[in-house]
Design a protein around this ligand. Sequence first.
Ligand SMILES: [Zn+2]
Length: 436
Amino acid sequence: MKDIVVLPGGEKLSLDWKLSDPERFQRRLKAKHADNGKAGPGEKAHCLCVHQGRYLELQIRELKKSYYFACMPNTGPYHRPTCPFYKPNPEKSGQAAYVEGVVREETEHEVSVKLITSLKRDINKSPVSSSPLPAGPRPGSRTQRRMTTLGLLHLIWERAGLHYWRPQFAGHRTDPKALRRAYATSRNIKVQRGITLDQVLCPVVSGDKGIQYFTERTIKNHSEELRLYVIGRLSSAQVVPYGRGCKIELSGIRDGYRMFMSISQTKWERLEKSYSRELVEFSRNEEGLSVFGLFLVTIDPIKKGKYSNFSTAQIEDAALMTTTEQLIPVESRYEAKIVELLVQKDRTFIKPLRFDAARELVRPDFILTDMGKKEGYPMEVFGLTDEKYLARKAEKERYYARVFGVDGWWSWDASHNAPIPPLPEVSLTQAADPIS
Ligand SMILES: [Zn+2]
């Protein structure tokens, strides 16, 4: 889908021009900069997102003689999550757990993050720690000082709009399209001084020569100096006997990527511990569920032998994430059931992602966005029965009742085989949203 902005006076401008025809893009913004400042409500530049029956308006800003669009203050969360001006409300996802500065909004839709690990090869010989750095004493508060590989995977997913579902997406959310979105959004994520994520991201998918070209180019240009991130759908994890680690394959990697991925025994054991649920779900091969991974790797060419035009990708760190058929991340089989139901009932919803937050952080499992409610309608699945969990549950119930009102949220107590309660009705004003 093309991202279009309508300028004051009705002229349409494609956001693609920013990269494909930057001169024209700058010329048009410069010409409308003053008009947009003076224009009244309803006459300013806007994208095609509608909130409460009106288009969401945009500012045209100037920085060092270069012009760019920015969303109006506090409107970011109301854009459709696939719009480039969408900014998720960080308080509604695990992003709320990062201390200030870990995720920093830059101009327009750019963001910079502080990663837990350096991407420079060889400089940082110490092993990558996959456990987040502990900080403040209160669970559920802002304690995370760095972004881990899991946090980055969630950021990519969220910024690519893949944590969001509306009925019109049915049949269109394929692996190549999802990974193209992931790659496109990675241009706007700064991961280190002077390095944007697209320079180090290697998506792997079958049947898309374009993506394969991006990945080959990244490896060619940057693998000698930098560690790279490989992203894709896990297709096999084969333990090598006698403690010699594990061979990892991603769906499509045999389709010409000429890369062998492997992980040492120690790191594999650590991965098995951190992602036991995802790996169990993967080995069960349950219908509809898949596991996506982001792998920090060092890539080296194989110099001799019959694989001399191949490379090895040694995994330094990894993050895994279970998703449904629609590529919506889920944290339990109960959640997968809810996604299945919501999709079947043609609902529109967001899955707030955990990032590096502790499980204690109050964060809804899903948010329905088709109820005509500004803040959305949270949904919670309660799955366990131990004492600690029940105390948490009571705390969450109080929180939702306080913030959204007693009737302003939905829950399913899945622990006692209770049937799924009826879903709240779609609001008609929302259903009339003309944009798909
Ligand atoms: Zn928008």
